[in-house]
Design a protein around this ligand. Structure first.
Ligand SMILES: [Zn+2]
Length: 105
């Protein structure tokens, strides 16, 4: 699903990977296929987004060593090394929590 909004008269999309402010409308949309914002959470800390938060889409598909793909990040977790931290998080999940993650190996 491609989420679009109008900003400054131009058609904008969250997939531009620029930070945006979460609105009431955002939290009810089907992010990652989860109805009513069920999966609209930070891909690193798990924060469930609420109106007024800053949020950013991070493109990870086709990234070597990444198995879980694209995700959203909160402002607190975001940074220039976010992809590296996400990969480390994935590796920890797959090794330390292997029993819970075995269907995603
Ligand atoms: Zn976070």
């Amino acid at each position: 699903m491609l989420l679009l909004s109008m900003e400054g008269g131009e058609l904008m999309s969250f997939t531009d990977q620029k930070p945006f402010e979460v609105t009431e409308e955002h939290i009810h949309q089907a992010w990652s296929g989860g109805k009513d914002g069920k999966y609209f959470r930070c891909g690193l800390c798990g924060h469930k987004f609420k109106p007024g938060d800053m949020c950013r889409f991070v493109y990870m598909n086709s990234t070597p060593d990444s198995h879980f793909g694209n995700f959203m990040t909160c402002e607190a977790c975001d940074g220039p090394d976010i992809r590296e931290r996400r990969i480390a998080w994935e590796q920890e999940a797959r090794t330390r929590f292997w029993q819970m993650m075995r269907d995603y190996q």
